[in-house]
Design a protein around this ligand. Structure first.
Ligand code: COA
Length: 254
């Protein structure tokens, strides 16, 4: 368990709240492990019908903890980040997110696996992998082009610009923009509506929606191989050093 994730049952819903607000909810290995354990247990528990992700503080999530990526990069399938990625791709539960503020890296790609995303107007999504000298993960190199078309996906993945809530809604990357601060209420309302619906029909529908899970998993594996190479690169070390030193990176010398 990690103090930086709050995990609790709320009716038929498992709520996972990222709780590291001083680091904009950057996700550490301990946080990934806690979430993967909880999602694995939930998958086997028929009383859990949905999983809601939310973030405490000013932002939903600033992505993977960059220091962890430097010091403890994922090396094998049992590493916490890879276990977590497998859970979000494979869970039989309805996946819901309540987002606000910055949603960067995994904070944005996680949403591509969700069935409903409530965002408040402070939300911005950012696929900032190339900026950090990395490559897309969590199947986003496949799922983002499917969602927005290849050209738009190429722009978003190559430049890593912020996508404000309104644009995210028109691109189909979030389901709904709520009033400020109402994203969790909207996510819980969606989860509550599931209670009145037949669980087996929901499970069968999700299975059809995600029928190409093997393709997504295969792409994730390809991404991970490329990602691991990038983590070992001098470009990545320069990107992290620049971020920590609050300066612009200089990739010419890396
Ligand atoms: N890993 C580790 N620490 C992080 C982090 C991350 N992904 N994101 C933010 N932090 C830390 C900052 O270093 C800072 O720590 P400090 O207070 O000790 O200096 C603190 O969280 C607050 O971040 P800050 O950058 O000051 O907040 P901001 O509101 O100005 O900007 C972000 C928020 C999310 C836009 C910015 O922090 C950011 O770009 N983070 C990196 C995102 C990223 O590249 N993630 C990995 C993608 S693969």
């Amino acid at each position: 368990m990690s103090e930086h994730v709050e995990i609790a049952a709320r009716g038929s819903c498992l709520e996972i709240h990222l709780n590291r607000p001083d680091k904009k909810n950057a996700i550490t290995n301990a946080m990934y492990a806690a979430m993967a354990d909880a999602m694995t247990a939930a998958a086997a528990n028929p009383a859990v019908r949905s999983i809601v992700f939310a973030g405490n503080g000013a932002s939903f999530c600033s992505g993977n903890d960059l220091q962890d990526f430097l010091q403890a990069p994922p090396k094998n399938p049992s590493s916490p980040v890879l276990r977590f990625l497998d859970c979000i791709a494979a869970t039989p539960k309805v996946m819901i997110a309540a987002v606000h503020g910055h949603c960067v890296g995994i904070g944005a790609t996680l949403l591509l696996h969700c069935d409903y995303v409530a965002a408040d107007p402070t939300t911005s999504l950012q696929y900032s992998f190339v900026k950090m000298a990395l490559v897309p993960e969590a199947g986003s190199s496949l799922l983002l082009p499917r969602a927005v078309g290849r050209l738009k996906a190429a722009e978003l993945l190559l430049l890593g610009d912020k996508i404000p809530a309104g644009e995210a809604l028109s691109l189909g990357l979030v389901s709904r923009v709520t009033a400020e601060g109402d994203q969790l209420t909207a996510a819980r309302a969606f989860a509550a509506r599931l209670d009145a619906l037949p669980p087996e029909a929901i499970a069968a529908t999700r299975k059809l929606l995600n029928a190409d899970r093997q393709t997504v998993s295969a792409r994730m594996a390809e991404e991970i191989t490329a990602f691991q190479h990038r983590l070992a690169s001098s470009e990545f070390r320069e990107a992290v050093a620049a971020f920590m030193q609050k300066r612009a990176p200089n990739f010419a010398k890396s």
